[in-house]
Design a protein around this ligand. Structure first.
Ligand code: CAA
Length: 249
């Protein structure tokens, strides 16, 4: 049984570039934040760094998001240790960029599994607690490339567009139950994922952003805090683009 009383936020991909800023912002906003991760060594170093920054209300959970049973067990553990998940932020994501003519079935499957099937798994595993509580918030971190498509990202674009379909359907199913479900679509944010794009391509992308810079992880995190707020109950099934004006749809 848990003794902590702060509302529990589960951030998948919490130790990543955008995920870290989201965890920090939610912890500052008064949540107890559980960051789930893929790489244990990286995660432990991450937690030590957060402790050095003074964050106490953060914990780690190693959960394989592509495995439904593992998600179920992970959510049971979170509930037992810290309380039921009140806010779920789906931020885990990978890229396996390739033009379709060269894309392997494995590159397709890995991205769909990690970026889309995982969102079914996590939502399915927290929704019953949210329904029982009569309150819940889900924020799905999609991408500008799910909004407009991207050369070299048939897999990623498909997963990220699919994510918003799930958002809109689940938002309708839970609208009378005190639960909101929204999508947030970041543009190109200065994280390792972006920095690993070949420099020439990266620079040509930056040129197409009207504000002429990449975004900061904190600029995504503050929107998550806003959508998570209890006062944001009329915002559901929405997509919020945060992309420096690169795509206006
Ligand atoms: N639009 C049109 N044509 C393009 C193009 C583009 N954006 N980029 C490359 N091409 C052309 C090339 O000029 C070349 O043309 P020719 O064959 O006529 O010479 C051809 O396409 C190259 O095709 P290949 O299949 O050989 O491509 P490649 O193997 O050289 O590289 C790639 C393909 C790996 C996808 C590379 O283009 C790339 O890395 N692109 C960046 C993809 C990208 O933006 N990823 C975003 C990652 S960040 C992220 O995903 C986070 C987020 O949410 C924003």
């Amino acid at each position: 049984m848990t003794t902590q009383t702060a509302p529990v936020a589960w951030v998948t991909g919490g130790t990543g570039g955008i995920g870290t800023a989201i965890c920090q912002a939610l912890a500052e906003a008064g949540y107890f934040v559980v960051a789930s991760y893929h790489n244990r060594e990286k995660a432990q170093a991450w937690l030590a760094a957060r402790r050095d920054e003074g964050f106490e209300n953060l914990a780690l959970a190693g959960i394989n998001l592509t495995d439904f049973d593992a998600c179920h067990a992970g959510v049971d553990d979170i509930r037992r240790q810290y309380g039921p998940v009140e806010l779920l932020v789906n931020c885990a994501g990978i890229t396996r960029d390739s033009t379709l003519k060269k894309m392997s079935p494995q590159q397709w499957r890995e991205v769909i599994d990690c970026n889309l099937n995982s969102v079914f798994n996590t939502c399915r595993c927290v929704i019953e607690d949210m329904l029982e509580a009569g309150h819940g918030r889900i924020v799905n971190i999609s991408s500008i490339n799910g909004r407009k498509g991207q050369f070299g990202q048939a897999n990623y674009s498909a997963a990220k567009t699919g994510m918003h379909g799930l958002t809109m359907a689940l938002a309708q199913e839970t609208a009378t139950k005190g639960i909101t479900v929204n999508t947030l679509s970041p543009g190109y944010i200065a994280t390792d994922m972006i920095m690993s794009i070949p420099e020439k391509i990266r620079e040509s992308i930056r040129e197409t952003i009207p504000v002429k810079r990449f975004g900061k992880p904190e600029e995504i995190a503050r929107a998550v805090v806003f959508l998570a707020d209890r006062e944001s109950g009329f915002i559901t099934g929405a997509n919020l683009d945060i992309n420096g004006g690169q795509f206006m749809g």
